[in-house]
Design a protein around this ligand. Sequence first.
Ligand SMILES: C[S@@+](CC[C@H](N)C(=O)[O-])C[C@H]1O[C@@H](n2cnc3c(N)ncnc32)[C@H](O)[C@@H]1O
Length: 291
Amino acid sequence: MNIKLINLQRSVKANTLQSILNQGIQELTNMSCSASLDAQLLLAYTLGKTPTYLVAWPETVIAEADSNIFSALIASRKKGVPLAYLTGSKEFWSLDFKVTPDVLIPRPDTELLVETALELCTNKTEVRILDLGTGSGAISIALASELPSAEIIATDLSEKALIIAKENTARHQIKNIELIQSDWYSAIPKQRFDIIVSNPPYIRDDDPHLQTDIRYEPYSALVAEQKGLADIEKITSGVSDYLSKDGHLLIEHSYDQSEDVLTILRTKFSQAKTLKDYASNDRLSLAHQLL
Ligand SMILES: C[S@@+](CC[C@H](N)C(=O)[O-])C[C@H]1O[C@@H](n2cnc3c(N)ncnc32)[C@H](O)[C@@H]1O
């Protein structure tokens, strides 16, 4: 076969979806334990197709412009930028959320908090819920999608986060969430809630995980003073003015903070317990019966 023809075949081959995907996977192999999935999702995102399309049409030739976009995305992912920030979305509670670097990327672990709150609402018709530190709105919107007649207030200190939360409520056509900018309880009009939920910042400032990909997420959404417990203390200390007598406070925390969190909760509640997440790590503490 003549040399020109071989080179032509090579260059055509190099531009198929399969070959560019393989290059992407190879680029990410040393930095991501999900290199193959990351590359597939980034290529599908580049093309505006589903990952199944890549499997069905591996020999399709990719346009140069798309190839350049994909290469830039792979380069960012290689630097550690989380996949969700590159694609601008993250699934939580089977709902698709817009995410930007202004909000924490919702984590599957937090679905335990949603599940537990929903169990507490069983057989209740009119429920009032307060979500402190709503970020993308993930928790509130998941709850609202299951409880359309609930009255939900979702707060955040970050104006930028609230803009994203507002977009997500519109995306999911949620009408029963009021968004308020507030430093914990400070701007919330005095009223009583049946359930107060929070996934607050709880990482210690010397936690080595802050050097990993999570360094791209907002520091103010992740880190709290006093060994990660400062915000949990503030939320607990203000709870008596906002929780109804028979209400529940649900707080997500790190796997190794349950004892400290229970100690904090027991300053205000007669009942407090910790629940484990799907990986059997302590993840959520639940308090009841205000003192
Ligand atoms: C760990 S993120 C949780 C975001 C979202 N609820 C979730 O679970 O994906 C903590 C959130 O608390 C917010 N936050 C931090 N300090 C706050 C404060 N003083 N008052 C209200 N919200 C605060 C952050 O902006 C961030 O959105």
